[in-house]
Design a protein around this ligand. Structure first.
Ligand code: NDP
Length: 282
């Protein structure tokens, strides 16, 4: 049985279209457009591409979007002062500090300086705490993207056995919390997990967020599973995921491709979080 391919690009197009309509309706009623600022430090080419996409897509749906570009040699005090300026601005609802930051800058300090109400990446400690304790707050974009893609298959999560490979604060841990919130039984795997193949083999829903090209083999996958591949790895100039796509697609019921799966949805989730932040801030 060949898996259904979960089309992240198409899901993202749908979400952007709905957000664009909602923004237009609000602006027509006299409200201001939601405001987003992206803060990019340095010249990392991948970060520039990601920030460029966030800028373009936010403008396309009618948001007010600003790009702050700081030199790679900026000090933490200078970066914190820039964040503080955007915290104070009423017309800015979302502040995104593009990660990774250059090595001399403490990313935790920068994230903690963002007004939690404007933390559209959902990484501020207060918002992480809200996720872990089941309180409202912006959720991290990539984990949200995984949940939307799972939901797009129509598969019910309640009572399912979900396995998350990877335990980073950015992806693995928050996605596990979101799965738990939806009443899945969740197992988290990492580099010290014994017999990863057996753990993966038990998964009705698998989320792979490791950063190792094609490390999860098709023969490990439980027939009929939903497979969400967060990994983005460059191999011979091509992007590949953490799951061996061809062999996994032969066993899974649904699978995300790389590229074209989680990636495009992550930006759509950022836009959605910015819109929600604007609604909450009034
Ligand atoms: P990290 O490097 O922070 O975390 C990787 C995790 O994988 C760690 O928890 C690590 O375990 C675990 N791991 C490493 N090797 C193994 C192994 N052999 N077996 C089992 N687990 C292992 O990565 P991120 O979470 O930030 O990102 C993961 C991937 O997702 C990357 O490819 C990244 O590029 C991609 N990504 C994609 C996004 C998107 O929008 N599509 C957004 C963010 C990330 P341990 O904790 O024990 O070291």
């Amino acid at each position: 049985m060949a898996a259904g391919i979960i089309d992240g690009k198409a899901c993202a197009v749908g979400i952007r279209a709905r957000l664009g309509e909602s923004i237009k309706a609000r602006v027509d009623e006299g409200a201001r457009a939601p405001g987003l600022v992206t803060i990019l430090v340095g010249e990392d080419p991948a970060s520039k591409v990601y920030v460029g996409r966030k800028q373009r897509e936010s403008k396309e749906i009618g948001m007010h979007s600003e790009a702050a570009e700081l030199s790679a040699t900026v000090t933490i005090e200078e970066l914190l002062a820039v964040i503080e300026r955007y915290n104070a601005r009423d017309d800015i609802d979302g502040i995104l500090v593009q990660l990774p930051l250059p090595g001399h800058l403490d990313a935790d300090r920068a994230i903690a300086a963002i007004d939690p109400a404007k933390d559209v990446d959902g990484l501020h400690p207060l918002n992480q705490g809200a996720l872990f304790t089941g309180r409202e707050g912006p959720r991290p974009c990539t984990p949200l993207s995984c949940m939307h893609l799972i939901d797009s298959t129509g598969v019910e999560l309640r009572g399912k056995h979900a396995v998350v490979v990877g335990r980073s604060a950015l992806v693995g841990k928050p996605v596990a919390m979101l799965l738990l919130e939806r009443h899945a039984t969740v197992v988290m795997c990492h580099s010290r997990t014994v017999d990863l193949a057996a753990q993966v083999g038990a998964a009705d829903v698998l989320v792979a967020a490791v950063g190792r090209p094609r490390m999860i083999k098709g023969e490990w996958i439980k027939p009929g599973a939903v497979v969400i591949d967060v990994g983005i790895n460059r191999v011979d100039g091509k992007l590949v995921g953490d799951v061996d796509f061809e062999s996994a697609a032969a066993r899974a019921a649904f699978i995300t491709p790389v590229p074209g799966g989680v990636g495009p949805m992550t930006v759509a989730m950022l836009l959605s979080n910015t819109y929600e932040a604007a609604l909450r801030r009034g």
